[in-house]
Design a protein around this ligand. Structure first.
Ligand SMILES: NC(=O)C1=CN([C@@H]2O[C@H](COP(=O)(O)OP(=O)(O)OC[C@H]3O[C@@H](n4cnc5c(N)ncnc54)[C@H](OP(=O)(O)O)[C@@H]3O)[C@@H](O)[C@H]2O)C=CC1
Ligand SMILES: N[C@@H](CC=O)C(=O)O
Length: 405
């Protein structure tokens, strides 16, 4: 039997224990050996819970036990997860994680350490919950030059935006629901401000482009400024609003951005609703491919972590190749990036239209009958720099959303 330990018995950790128990027979066949959980580490006690007997509060017990070969780090946060992971790898134990904050911050260093120690650092659950995208990038798509990776990468915000669009629900009430369902981060600011999607697109871009994309360099906007009025304009335009994480490579340059966008019914992402995520990949020989599934939640995420544990069990003594190097690509200045913009503006449409068209030539006006004292318009495809310069000349701009052309 291969012995393992689970660090953190929260939403994902309790899911990992459940998955390994529920599917133990099929897992044993696939791993070639039974996978046992020798310890669960947490800060709390869980009286009456089946893990009570294997619960420990001292990490040293796990670290010093030579029987433990694989560790699932599902505590979250950078510290102490970073130190625990580093020490586990140094001790010759493989680590599997759902902790994208840690992977985005220290993933490259931890993978290099794993390679040195002939063990594995795996993080399938760090992007897209249960969607098998990391393994696809590291194996199925290794014959391709991937030039674009984009998608809906945060379950909480997609759940909120879907509810707002479908039932006009209140932002705070839906966020509370997402927290109760175990989708949201401990600090949900990471979800709603786009930081979580930013870390995920940095991880995916690094693997897709075989380079090191720093999440801190990626321009990021969340969904906190999206209003019920924006949703009404989107509907009028036959569109919907999604938090999009988008990354493109052009030779030795790349551009990446996380922001809410309006997208139309012709987009494959239009119908990705609720907690579901979708990752769109374009490769020079592949063409287009899209990966779809539950982006958050206990069991889908635990399925990805447990899958990594099985993979580690199958590769004891051997490091599985990861397409992430320390080479850096030059980042395109966001101001050069072009798209159409939707803009909401205060005032009477007839009175203000000449001024709008003089500033943003060839814009198309959109009105929502129930919204008085304001109107909207859609600009031509222009650069971020041109938009900012022109929008600064107009008074009473209530908001703007990029349109995914
Ligand atoms: N929930 C989801 O849908 C998904 C989560 N993730 C990621 O998975 C990780 C875990 O998330 P989730 O399960 O939701 O988080 P939870 O907060 O539900 O679980 C974390 C658990 O770890 C425990 N813990 C924290 N610090 C320590 C420590 N120093 N020693 C021992 N135990 C500790 C916590 O204990 P206590 O509560 O007492 O602090 C808690 O029980 C995060 O990185 C998250 O971003 C990834 C994909 C999906
Ligand atoms: N908070 C995250 C959890 C999964 O990564 C999300 O909502 O997507």
């Amino acid at each position: 039997m291969i012995q393992t330990a689970v660090l953190g018995y929260g939403t994902v950790g309790s899911g990992v224990v459940e998955v390994l128990e529920t599917n133990k027979e099929s897992i044993e066949k696939r791993a070639g050996e039974a996978i046992g959980i020798k310890y669960v580490l947490d800060l709390r006690d869980f009286p009456g819970n089946p893990v009570e007997d294997i619960l420990v509060h001292d990490y040293e017990i796990i670290l010093k036990d030579p029987e433990v070969q694989i560790i699932a780090e599902v505590m979250g946060g950078v510290e102490p997860a970073y130190t625990f992971t580093k020490r586990a790898l140094e001790a010759g134990k493989s680590v599997c994680t759902s902790n994208k904050e840690l992977v985005a911050e220290h993933g490259l260093e931890l993978m290099e350490l794993a390679k040195k120690k002939k063990v594995n650092y795996m993080f399938e659950a760090s992007c897209g919950g249960g969607i098998p995208i990391i393994r696809a990038l590291n194996s199925s798509l290794t014959a391709d030059e991937i030039d674009r990776i984009s998608g809906i990468l945060n379950g909480t915000t997609n759940f909120i935006l879907t509810e707002m669009a479908e039932s006009g629900a209140d932002f705070d009430a839906v966020l509370k629901q997402a927290q109760e369902l175990g989708y949201a981060e401990r600090n949900p600011e990471a979800d709603v401000e786009g930081y979580d999607a930013c870390r995920k697109i940095a991880i995916l871009s690094s693997l897709a482009f075989g380079a090191h994309v720093k999440y801190r360099d990626i321009y990021t906007e969340g969904i906190t400024k999206i209003t019920a009025e924006d949703m009404k304009y989107a509907k009028e335009l036959g569109m919907t609003i999604k938090l999009l994480a988008d990354s493109k490579r052009d030779g030795e340059r790349f551009s990446a951005m996380v922001c809410p966008v309006m997208l139309g019914k012709d987009s494959p992402l239009y119908s990705v609703n609720g907690v579901f995520n979708a990752v769109f990949v374009h490769g020079n020989v592949l063409g287009d491919a899209m990966f779809y599934g539950s982006g958050a939640g206990k069991l889908p995420t635990a399925s990805a972590v447990a899958g990594d544990m099985v993979d580690c069990a199958k590769h004891l003594g051997k490091t599985v190749m990861m397409n992430w190097s320390n080479r850096e690509l030059e980042q395109v200045d966001r101001k050069e990036v072009t798209h159409p913009f939707f803009v909401r503006i205060q005032g009477n449409r007839e009175e203000r239209l000449p001024e709008v068209l003089e500033t943003f030539a060839n814009s198309k006006v959109v009105t929502v009958p129930e919204l008085t004292g304001e109107f909207g318009f859609v600009t031509e495809c222009i650069s971020e720099a041109e938009f900012e310069e022109k929008a600064a000349k107009l008074e009473g701009v209530l908001g703007r959303i990029r349109i995914r052309a």
